[in-house]
Design a protein around this ligand. Structure first.
Ligand code: GEK
Length: 245
């Protein structure tokens, strides 16, 4: 019987306790709720407001996509906010360990809107009839050259008046970059991470999480085919955009 319990994130407590580059493997899936809550400032608000936004932009007879869904927190927030007929919520993640757990949490949930969790690559999976899509803390892990094509595919699949939520860690010009990074590390310390854990996680993730500037995100979302783009949220170096087609 699989262990679906959630565990505290102790992955980087001892020196070189993990491989060199960060990966979304079974060890990460097991501690994911604790890890993301203690590492991403504003995570809980971003999930909850993704539900609120989905409630406004969902359309009858449409799909709502949670792209890079991890354990499906946004899929379930969407499920409890949507008041439209014949909607289908589809969570997609290319980590089998994440999807296996997400399917378990969806089965425990009692919402009425159907939710399907798929193990697939969001840069390849065909999207259609999207009223709302969420790309929360995922674009930052996609190779730079594939980011615009992915956003263009999402825009092309989005119905008129539909919405895309994009949440990201961003980078700044100095001196703001140092200021925001220091505040982010203070946030992690306040959540019980040691200096060793912060340093080890930072070096494990720096080759896989490539942040871009606010200006880059705003400009590229327009270029991809969204007519109206706003930054609706920021907490230190983590932001969320709402793009309307
Ligand atoms: C949340 N959105 O809880 N295809 C599919 N999934 C991918 C791909 C890809 N090409 N690349 C990365 N992922 C979630 C949190 S976590 C953010 C998202 C974080 C997946 C990867 O497997 C992981 O589960 C997720 O994107 C990023 O709101 O851990 O910082």
């Amino acid at each position: 019987m699989a262990d679906f319990d959630q565990h505290p994130d102790t992955l980087y407590q001892s020196t070189q306790s993990r491989g060199s580059d960060f990966a979304f493997d079974s060890a990460v899936a097991r501690v994911f709720p604790d890890m993301i809550k203690r590492s991403v400032p504003g995570y809980a608000e971003t999930v909850a407001m993704s539900g609120v936004i989905a409630g406004r932009y969902a359309q009858d007879n449409s799909n709502l996509y949670d792209l890079g869904c991890s354990l499906g927190a946004v899929s379930l927030a969407m499920r409890h906010a949507v008041r439209r007929q014949h909607c289908h919520i589809i969570g997609i993640d290319n980590s089998g360990s994440m999807i296996e757990r997400a399917q378990h949490y969806v089965a425990l949930d009692d919402g009425a809107t159907p939710v399907t969790m798929l193990c697939d690559d969001i840069t390849q999976y065909p999207l259609e009839r999207a009223s709302v899509s969420a790309l929360n803390f995922v674009l930052q892990f996609i190779p730079l050259a594939e980011r615009l094509p992915l956003l263009q595919r999402i825009a092309a699949a989005t119905l008129p008046g539909g919405a895309l939520i994009v949440s990201e860690k961003i980078r700044f010009d100095e001196p703001e970059q140092t200021l925001q990074t220091d505040l982010h590390h203070d946030f992690k310390r306040a959540n019980g991470y040691s200096d060793l854990e912060i340093a080890q996680k930072r070096s494990a993730i720096e080759n896989v999480l490539i942040p871009e500037t606010d200006q880059m995100h705003l400009q590229r979302l327009q270029q991809a085919g969204f007519r109206h783009v706003v930054r609706w949220y920021q907490c230190f170096n983590f932001v969320s955009y709402l793009a309307i087609k």
